[in-house]
Design a protein around this ligand. Structure first.
Ligand code: ZN
Length: 202
């Protein structure tokens, strides 16, 4: 399986990182080795002094597809989850400056937290509300209506380049409020108030 991530999908997050608003979705990938196994802590890697959390809605693909028309995209997923796209921001800034790929900063071991999934029939798909709490304090408050590209638009766009396969995950971008983690932090993610994951940082 593969993990496809969308960058810069929320206007306020683009502003907080002083990035340019993209014309097309920004795409990068994480290998399956990036997945943080359930109930394992996240260890801050030695190559970064500035690991950021980014909470994101995650779509689980259930059907193989290529060149998917936006109107048929809902047939390709039933489940919505929540995850963290851990990012070595210091490393990413250096790579960005040089115009180099982001993988070292985005795709390292443990960088993809994947929580539980909810059947989309249990959600109001036109507006999904999700949150990230750090040590019990609200740090990111997300609303899917603020996405520049919707889930269905993302699936259509991504599938022009990559065949989507059963079990692939799409991280749909983070809202504003990203920030640094430190040892002993506890991160908890919720969708509509339901706890989807809890991660300890070490
Ligand atoms: Zn992200």
């Amino acid at each position: 399986m593969k993990i496809i991530c969308i960058g810069r999908n929320y206007a306020k997050h683009i502003e907080e990182l002083k990035n340019e608003r993209p014309k097309d979705p920004v795409i990068f990938m994480k290998p399956d080795s990036a997945i943080l196994l359930k109930n394992n802590p996240f260890f801050i890697p030695p190559f970064s002094e500035d690991i950021h959390y980014e909470v994101e809605l995650v779509v689980k693909i259930k059907k193989i597809g290529k060149h998917i028309d936006e109107k048929f995209a809902p047939k390709y997923y039933d489940e919505i989850g929540l995850g963290i796209d851990f990012t070595a921001r210091d490393l990413q800034s250096k790579l960005k400056e040089k115009g180099l790929p982001w993988e070292k900063a985005k795709a390292f071991d443990g960088s993809a937290v994947v929580g539980n999934f909810i059947d989309k029939s249990e959600l109001n798909m036109s507006q999904i509300h999700f949150q990230l709490l750090k040590n019990g304090e609200l740090v990111q408050d997300g609303d899917s209506t603020h996405m520049l590209w919707s889930i269905d638009e993302i699936i259509s766009y991504v599938s022009q380049f990559f065949t989507l396969k059963i079990g692939d995950l799409i991280f749909t971008g983070t809202p504003s409020g990203v920030g640094k983690v430190a040892a002993d932090d506890v991160l908890e993610g919720t969708i509509e108030g339901r706890r989807m994951f809890q991660v300890k940082v070490k």
